[in-house]
Write a new protein. Sequence first.
Length: 568
Amino acid sequence: MSHESIAPVLVVGAGPAGLTIALSLLKNGVPVRIINKAPVDHKEQRGLGQQPRTQEVFHFLGALLEMRTMGIDLQPLVFYKFPGGKEVLTTLRLVASEDPTPSRPFNNPIQVPQYHTEAVLRSHLAKYGCSVELNTEFVGLKQFDDHVEATVKRMEGGEEMIETKSYRWLVGADGGRSVVRKQSGLAFEGTSTPEKAILGELYLEGLDTEHWHMWLKDAGNDLPTSLLVRTTEVPGKFWFMLSGDIDPDQALVSNESVKQALQLAMERDDLPLGEIVHVTDYRPSVRMVNKFRTGRVFVVGDAAHVHTPRGGQGLNSSVQDAFNLGWKLALVETGLAPPSLLDTYNEERLPVIKRMLQETVRMTQDVFTKRGDAESIKSAWQRGTHLKQFGINYRWSSIVFDERFQAIDAQGAEAAALNPYGTEGDSILRAGDRAPNATGLVRVGQDAQSQTTDLFSVFGPTHHTALIFGGGAAGIRAIIKSLQVCPPGALFTVIVSPGADSVALNAADGGDAVLHDGDGTAYAGYGMSEYQTYVVIVRPDGVVGATVSGEEGVRKYFGAVFSDIQPA
């Protein structure tokens, strides 16, 4: 088969994960075809919560401001007493609210309807001439050394059409029942849970719109019946999840039986239930793939992992799967990186997702076992700030390198690998960690006009960023020279100056920008000293790839990422 007849990438599934990786690739100049089995774009709430780490992803993709037009802060949760279901038992916040900081400008979860998230991402795809092909079902694949043959089924003019085309890469983002996963032979290991649920939306009267509302009713066995109701962006319309000790088959016989099940769960006679907008049967499972890649096929999001619906981690983990894979696949497809770079997608994400499943299972167990009084409920439902996902890291990754911590012994490295979901207790930034923001930076130089900026305005999904800290002019020049091994356009170099003196400007030849850190937020956030030269290399996904002091370290990091770069 000729190289010209093979298209670059097929993405199957147009939820947040599929749309995120499609946009990441398009921004990097990689053409994408994205298909979806559904005949129309869905309008349901589905995954509502955007954690701060995911907001950062959407910021880097240029989509966050539009998403926030329909976003609100995560609302507190009211629990009601039984019998009667009317008197308030306790009110709490699932995650403590925190003020923004220079390093964390998006410091709290927000509520954004999933259909709005998807609509914003689709609008950004359209800027690159890409649109989701609806009513197009993936049905099979065959793998070869240099391509994947994908067969899809679609309706055209009222007739069913079967089409087989070749792609260099295939990304399965087609949900928990992923056909891509099944066709590629990936195991989906785990179990079903005893919990059953129905989800939906309906109109009702009498509930305030400033809180989520929860009725947790002891059914006399291991599974309580829980009903969560929260407002939507449409006046009078509420989303609900009825779960636990219920029989979905019986509850879903009719709209009236749904209403009867809801009224039984809340014991309220003062909340008129109106039109059922939609309702669905939901059977939670806890499963994940044994690996995220097989050959030229990858899985992201629910196609790779499903879990119990608590903690607000599902959509967020899915988006971050896609963002991790996107920049790597773009570099390989454009010929700038070796195919071996793609192995690190599995290496980095598998431990994170394994830990995420453990977290959500633990939270679900707490919800079922800690109930009845206000203190027990608070213990079960109030969650640590680690669920904001700031602490997710890849310190064990084979492509991160940190000269400041070379002396870590094997036991220390293993400990880092066992804590992929939280490094918040560690105040020292290391390679593999999230790269923090820094504010109050002033562009200096003849053309800069003293513009104020921040690091999140410098990072981006299409390039690495090199932040050069400290040292004199000679050290800065040496670092800049060593960074010139990178392919043109693949790196943005920034000198972060601790003062407004001329040292950085005199050494800036070959760099892209000089930023004066007058408030000290960058030096503090990155643990740097003005007396020692270091360069922090930030990956396109906003992760610290390396912290090194000279040419040898620069070549060691980029030699594992880019083709044709040899160690010093």
